[in-house]
Design a protein around this ligand. Structure first.
Ligand code: ZN
Length: 382
């Protein structure tokens, strides 16, 4: 059994210990110590990086309360070692994990939901709750959780006996056996957990829910804390600053300005569409009376307008009126005729213009990959 220094002191980043055993294992060595501050992972938190006597610990595993440090070189059983924990990795993880306890404990207290899943990743942590949480619920829990951070409460470790444990009320994701460690934040949360935590809630800095979604009958919340929350804020601020400059809007009024900009843009779009239709109506009226086929190219037309053009075109030609919109080699088409059965001719036309599509005997529509010159040549000779 290894004494887990991180159980009672999550801030311990350098420690001395004694080597208990060292066994070769597939070209590396599995070393056990009387005590360690290097966390082997668990409870949703990843394993630490660290070193023993300056040698990097290249792997960690835990079996029956004993922690195995995997090293590239052996250590002498009975000898003393100095260990370190990679603090730059560990501290933000503790901020996140302790923040998760506060948020989950707060959801439990205010909304009655259990935390049934927890994952720590690059883009933040995901917390799965057993109940549906509205955005207002989440905002309320977030506010309350940040109050607990500002109160700078102690984060305590309890190692209760079996009898004491029976009397304790605490959160846990599963039935636990053996030594159970409880992490307590007074008035906020009591939860069974094996991972290292910050000593005081103030170290978490800030707790922010980024988003939420329905998940297996409950809610999945993405949460960031501490350094991760600061990085997120900085990125969000930089992004908003660009939007602010582009819209000439004050930094907290970008959404309002953007909504107005979108409205204006939609109005302009509607105006442009109306103008396009007007131009098209003029063009259609001026189409020459044609013997045979009429082949038209009009970039930037929507499907409806393209159909209107063809409807006008079939009146002006004795054969097929084919209209294309898009860019060379990537066209949408509408083809109409009053004399040719297009349902029957669709396959031949599609083969000729590398197209796909279909429709009725009077009109077919689809897309094609041929170039304009090929399309024009086909309808000219047909
Ligand atoms: Zn935990």
């Amino acid at each position: 059994m290894t004494e887990k220094l991180y159980y009672t002191d999550g801030e311990c980043r350098a420690f001395s210990a004694r080597v208990i055993s060292c066994k070769p294992e597939n070209g590396v060595y599995a070393v056990t110590l009387d005590r360690t501050a290097i966390f082997p992972g668990g409870g949703g938190q990843e394993a630490d990086s660290g070193s023993l006597n300056g040698m990097p610990v290249i792997g960690l595993r835990e079996s029956e309360e004993t922690i195995y440090h995997i090293l590239p070189e052996p250590l002498e059983p009975g000898s003393a070692v100095d260990g370190t924990v990679d603090w730059a990795l560990r501290f933000p993880r503790m901020q996140g994990h302790s923040g998760e306890h506060i948020f989950s404990g707060t959801v439990h207290r205010l909304c009655g939901g259990e935390n049934v899943g927890f994952h720590m990743g690059e883009g933040g942590m995901t917390l799965d709750f057993s109940v549906e949480l509205s955005p207002e619920d989440i905002a309320r829990c977030e506010r309350e959780a940040n109050r607990a951070v500002c109160a700078d409460l102690p984060v305590r470790t309890l190692l209760p006996s079996a009898e004491e444990l029976e009397k304790l009320e605490y959160r846990s994701k599963k039935e636990l056996t053996g030594l159970v460690r409880i992490v307590e934040i007074p008035g906020v949360d009591k939860c069974a957990c094996c991972a290292p935590h910050v000593a005081r809630t103030g170290e978490i800095g800030v707790i922010k829910a980024l988003d939420s979604m329905r998940h297996r009958g409950g809610t999945r919340v993405t949460l960031v804390c501490g350094e991760a929350a600061y990085r997120d804020y900085a990125a969000l601020h930089a992004n908003n600053a660009r939007v602010s400059v582009a819209l000439s809007a004050k930094r907290l009024e970008t959404a309002e300005y953007l909504a107005r900009y979108m409205r204006e843009s939609e109005e302009k779009h509607a105006e442009i569409t109306a103008l396009k239709r007007e131009i098209l109506a003029l063009k259609a009226a001026n189409l020459p009376q044609t013997e045979g086929n009429l082949c038209l190219f009009e970039p930037g037309l929507d499907a409806v307008t393209l159909r209107e053009l063809v409807n006008a075109g079939v009146e002006k030609c004795s054969g097929i009126c084919a209209a294309f919109s898009g860019t060379d080699g990537d066209y949408r088409y509408v083809i109409g005729s009053r004399s040719v059965d297009l349902r029957a001719a669709a396959r031949e036309i599609n083969d000729a213009i590398s197209g796909r599509g279909g429709g009725s005997s009077a009109m077919i529509q689809g897309s094609c990959r041929s170039a304009r010159a090929e399309i024009e040549a086909y309808f000219a000779q047909k």
